[in-house]
Ligand binder design. Structure first.
Ligand code: ADP
Length: 295
């Protein structure tokens, strides 16, 4: 089944359609959510704490079964993936339970036994570049080193879909973005799909080519970050003026915020060739504005 909200041009790495998921006694965390991830896409999943990012990634991987809707990976129902499709997935959970008494070398040897494909040269290169000694017990590693080891484990079999839940949470702020860039570089050249969640905006700059905003149980918007920063504007005026303006520009409001005295602030894409009527108040937006208004 294809999602109604995305063009279907090639087999998606992941496709969620009308997914609803609710924990017992809680409100629905995901609500009729549509989402598509294509080969070659790097997507930063943005949402406030508690918005449902972990839940969404777990549903995407088939670790949580939705109450309604479908999840397909590489065109297959996630609950019935064949072994070949399963081997194409890499996952770094927010809190990895690494085997604390193992050494990194033992851990990697263990995981290697599950995969036909395993890039030893890459593993060894990353271990030395990211400064992880292969022969000391994992419990002696720092939080950041454990996170890096967990990422190496997930990269080693060269997955076509790499899912990372807050992958840099244990790293210091200075290193976060550089590390993410390097990580993304590792997978991009193979045309893989990478999705990572974060609530820290600076992680995304120059890393995530696409951003997806999760709010109120849905992906409110997914688009290339530079395109959003280039095209999206905040318009202010009376409700009637705004309705006329949107019709005239042929664009859809992304977010409408009521102001005093019958006025509103409307976030929308400004088409490249559009002529704005005189007197319209318009501002550029940055990533902080987008996050504040869309999540
Ligand atoms: P995020 O990753 O964006 O911080 P989560 O997916 O962890 O969000 O959580 C989304 C919502 O679901 C939160 O309100 C959280 O309290 C709730 N939640 C998460 N896991 C469970 C669970 N196992 N049981 C009940 N509620 C949960």
């Amino acid at each position: 089944m294809t999602s109604p909200h995305f063009p279907h041009t090639e087999t998606a790495s992941a496709e969620l359609s009308q997914v609803t998921l609710q924990y017992p006694k809680g409100p629905a965390v995901l609500e009729r959510l549509d989402w598509q991830l294509l080969p070659g896409q790097v997507v930063g999943l943005l949402g406030r704490n508690g918005a449902g990012k972990t839940t969404l990634l777990e549903a995407l991987l088939g670790l949580r079964e939705p109450d309604a809707g479908t999840v397909r990976l590489f065109g297959q129902d996630v609950q019935h993936l064949d072994d070949a499709a399963r081997a194409r997935i890499g996952y770094v959970p927010q809190h990895s339970d690494l085997f604390e008494s193992f050494t990194p070398a033992q851990l990697l040897a263990y995981f290697r036994s599950f995969y036909l494909r395993w890039n030893t040269a890459k593993v060894e290169g990353l271990m030395s570049r990211w400064d992880i000694r292969p022969d000391q017990p994992i419990r002696k590693l720092s939080g950041g080193q454990k996170q890096r080891l967990s990422i190496i484990r997930a990269l080693a079999h060269e997955p076509d879909l790499l899912v990372l839940d807050e992958p840099v949470a244990s790293l210091d702020p200075a290193g976060r973005r550089d590390f993410l860039r390097e990580l993304v570089g590792e997978v991009l050249d193979r045309g893989a799909t990478v999705v990572f969640s974060t609530h820290i905006l600076s992680d995304l700059e120059r890393v995530a080519f696409n951003v997806a905003f999760l709010t109120q149980g849905r992906i409110a918007l997914q688009a290339p970050l530079d395109e959003l920063l280039e095209q999206v504007r905040a318009f202010t005026g009376s409700v009637t003026e705004m309705a006329t303006l949107m019709a005239r520009l042929g664009t859809e409001p992304l977010k409408r915020t009521p102001l005093e005295a019958g006025r509103e602030r409307v976030l929308a894409r400004l088409p490249a060739d559009a002529h704005l009527p005189a007197g319209v108040a318009v501002d550029r937006v940055n990533l902080d504005d987008l996050f504040a208004e869309l999540t």
